[in-house]
Design a protein around this ligand. Structure first.
Ligand code: C2E
Ligand code: MG
Ligand code: MG
Length: 679
């Protein structure tokens, strides 16, 4: 039988086949399958040495062995060389067959493995992707088959359950499951749930496991389905511990009021705590303001809550606009706000309160509805009124309540009497006005003594009021009241006239004395204040240098430009300017440098502790050094002991004032004292 006849038989098979001559090892016949596989023509293939189709060394050795009579068959995966020298993966079988009893040939059969390889590679890469996905999730994943045999778990799973290294490799599934069970706090419940899950292959459920380590895991379990058949189960574990912690942090961080976005009471508390600590060191003051919207309830009731919310937001934003960046506005309840005015004094707080009243009095338009709101404000000052935030809020609230009682739309400072006897304030105010009419006010004069040579440098005029019914009323009591009611203007004018009159008497007597007059902020702000001073000294014919005006630091910070021009106008009259109670307000060098001021008066509060108190020593010596740098002279107030005086002297302080020398005295008594002082 010729190979050509075999060719027909070979062609009938779907595998790639060829016959190889046992002696020459050349191809005798091929089928269509091989032609298609290697891409070489029938003619080209027939007669070709079979080794020309081989690529793998294994095949080469095999054919050598065949030639040497050492081998006659092989079955394995190999490669075949194709037309363009590409190696095609194949499964190849070579067998010796006897076509005739004396004529063995080799039948070579090949199965193309390309498709299978491709499928395998695809599967491989998909598995790799899957593994990467499993590893990249934040959840721990455990996959089992339907029998509960572990098929896979990711690293996160091992982490969450704190799996000992190599647990699974060395001990198998039971050890793994025992480890998991030992980790949970409630093992019986855990086992119950596991048996429920394993008894129902289709069960999907979510539960939470508390581990002994304190970790909290959310477990989600789902059947794994392939071609609509359950083939296993996937467990995923998510660590809730961190999320819960984060949630707590977020809650702790929730420092803002949701509606207005303003800081809430918590944040206010923190800011005030910082300010309180600082104030204890630097003696700063601050204000707490309680703001309650008037008529808000009506709006809420008649126009609805969502409208009310928008009105609130608008009100909040208006109030916020009146504050400085360092201040804190916080909403404490429905229509109530608290403002914390950092380093503000009473004057500064009053300015803010007026601005808020003005802003809120302007008509509101929300959703094309016009309405008016207005508010009532209570003010409390640190440290005068109270020394803790809660107590300050309480004071401000009391003051606010008084405003409400008195017809709303206004502000009020807290007064201790508010709680005790409001009537007495009204009475005092009335008595004060009567005292003015009846001429019951007097001026006393307290000497200022040079620390260098003990000479008299000037006197401070201090108002005195002796009332038939009330007795001696301290200016510390009635001046603040007069400032609040505005009556201070009348008092101030009287003091100025009286002081100038007395100074003129001394000027004319040939023993001129510089007289210092205390000026209230409200008085200083009167549009005609400079004119009035000019007219008073002008009319009297007093040498301007014999009048000194004592201003408080709070005056200086109000409207800097306006203040500056006013101070320059006063200075150009020839009167001198001093800062009173230095250190209790805005002790800012920047201000001092700008203003035409010649003297600082160190407040009694800092002199009191001298020479022992370290803090007072530091403040006083720094103030004196600073004043020297700014070419200002310094008067220390409230000097009561020789030790205080000596210490101040050692710091080169220019002058002192205080009971050590003399309290304020009526003019004639002062004149006696003056006579005993060195000229
Ligand atoms: P001030 O201007 O700081 O006046 C100094 C105060 O300290 C005075 O209290 C004075 O009597 C007191 N003082 C003086 N030396 C000593 C001392 O050695 N020890 C002690 N413990 N105190 C001493 P006064 O007269 O009660 O006045 C209190 C405040 O009232 C003044 O503080 C000033 O702010 C205000 N005041 C007084 N007279 C007037 C005035 O005519 N117009 C205005 N606007 N305010 C005035
Ligand atoms: Mg004074
Ligand atoms: Mg003073």
């Amino acid at each position: 039988m010729t190979p050509n006849r075999w060719a027909a038989l070979l062609d009938a098979m779907i595998e790639a086949l060829c016959l190889v001559d046992a002696t020459t090892l050349r191809i005798m016949a091929v089928n269509q399958g091989l032609v298609a596989l290697v891409g070489l023509d029938h003619n080209v293939l027939v007669g070709k040495p079979i080794v020309e189709l081989t690529v793998a060394l294994e095949d080469l050795y095999f054919w050598e062995d065949v030639a040497a009579g050492l081998a006659d068959s092989i079955l394995s995966e190999s490669l075949v060389r194709s037309a363009n020298d590409v190696a095609i993966p194949v499964e190849r079988k070579v067998s010796r067959v006897w076509l005739t009893p004396d004529e063995p040939v080799y039948l070579v059969g090949m199965r193309d493995l390309r498709q299978q390889r491709q499928a395998e590679e695809q599967l491989e890469s998909r598995m790799a992707e899957l593994r990467a996905t499993l590893e990249s999730t934040g959840d721990g994943i455990l996959v089992t088959n339907t029998e509960g045999v572990v098929r896979h778990y990711n690293r996160r799973f091992a982490e969450l359950w704190n799996l000992p290294h190599g647990l699974l490799d060395s001990h198998g599934d039971p050890a793994l499951f025992a480890h998991l069970a030992a980790c949970v706090q409630d093992e019986p419940a855990y086992q119950d749930q596991l048996s429920r899950i394993s008894s129902d292959p289709e069960l999907q459920c979510t539960d939470v496991l508390l581990l002994r380590s304190g970790r909290m895991l959310e477990r989600v379990t789902l059947p794994q389905v392939s071609r609509s058949r359950v083939v296993g189960r996937v467990y995923s574990f998510r660590d809730l511990t961190e999320r819960l912690d984060a949630q707590k942090r977020i809650e702790a961080l929730a420092y803002t009021d949701a509606l207005t976005g303003l800081p809430n009471r918590l944040l206010l508390g923190q800011r005030v705590a910082v300010a309180l600590r600082a104030a204890q060191r630097n003696g700063a003051t601050f204000a707490i303001m309680y703001i309650d919207l008037d008529r808000f309830k009506n709006i809420n009731d008649s126009l609805g809550h969502s409208f009310g919310d928008r009105a609130l937001m608008e009100a909040a934003s208006r109030i916020q606009q009146t504050l400085r960046e360092v201040d804190t506005l916080c909403r404490v309840g429905g229509d109530e706000f608290i403002a914390f005015l950092q380093e503000a004094d009473a004057i500064g707080a009053e300015v803010v309160a007026r601005r808020i009243l003005e802003k809120l009095a302007q008509p509101f338009v929300v959703d094309a509805v016009n309405f008016s709101l207005g508010c009532s404000i209570g003010l409390a000052m640190y440290p005068v009124d109270a020394r803790t935030l809660d107590a300050l809020i309480q004071c401000a609230d009391t003051a606010m309540f008084r405003v409400k009682e008195r017809g709303r739309g206004n502000f009020r400072f807290y007064q201790p009497q508010m709680n005790v006897d409001l009537l007495s304030r009204v009475k005092l105010d009335h008595a004060m006005r009567q005292a003015m009419e009846r001429g019951l006010f007097r001026l006393h004069y307290q000497p200022q003594i040079s620390l260098c040579d003990g000479r008299l440098l000037g006197v401070e005029a201090l108002i005195r009021w002796s009332d038939a019914e009330l007795g001696n009323v301290s200016p510390a009591t009635f001046i603040p009241l007069a400032e609040e009611s505005g009556f201070i203007i009348a008092i101030g004018n009287w003091v100025l006239n009286e002081a100038v009159r007395q100074a003129l008497v001394w000027q004319q007597s040939g023993r001129p004395v510089v007289v210092s007059v205390n000026v209230s902020a409200l008085q200083f702000q009167q549009g005609d204040f400079v004119e009035r001073v000019a007219k008073t000294i002008g009319d009297a014919g007093l040498a301007p240098h014999l009048l000194e005006l004592e201003l408080t630091e709070s005056i200086l910070i109000r409207d800097v430009n306006e203040t500056l021009s006013r101070l320059h106008a006063l200075a150009s009259l020839g009167v001198s300017l001093a800062i009173d109670d230095f250190g209790t307000g805005y002790s800012s060098l920047a201000y001092l440098k700008k203003f035409p001021i010649s003297k600082l008066k160190i407040d009694r509060a800092f002199v009191m502790g001298l020479p022992d108190d370290e803090g007072d020593r530091a403040i006083v010596s720094a103030t004196i050094a600073m004043a020297r740098a700014l070419k200002l002279s310094v008067v220390a107030e409230g000097v009561e002991t020789a030790a205080q005086r000596d210490y101040l002297q050692s710091l080169n302080c220019e002058a002192f004032q205080g009971f050590l020398c003399s309290p304020g005295l009526p003019a004639t008594e002062f004149e006696h004292l003056q006579a005993s002082l060195p000229m």
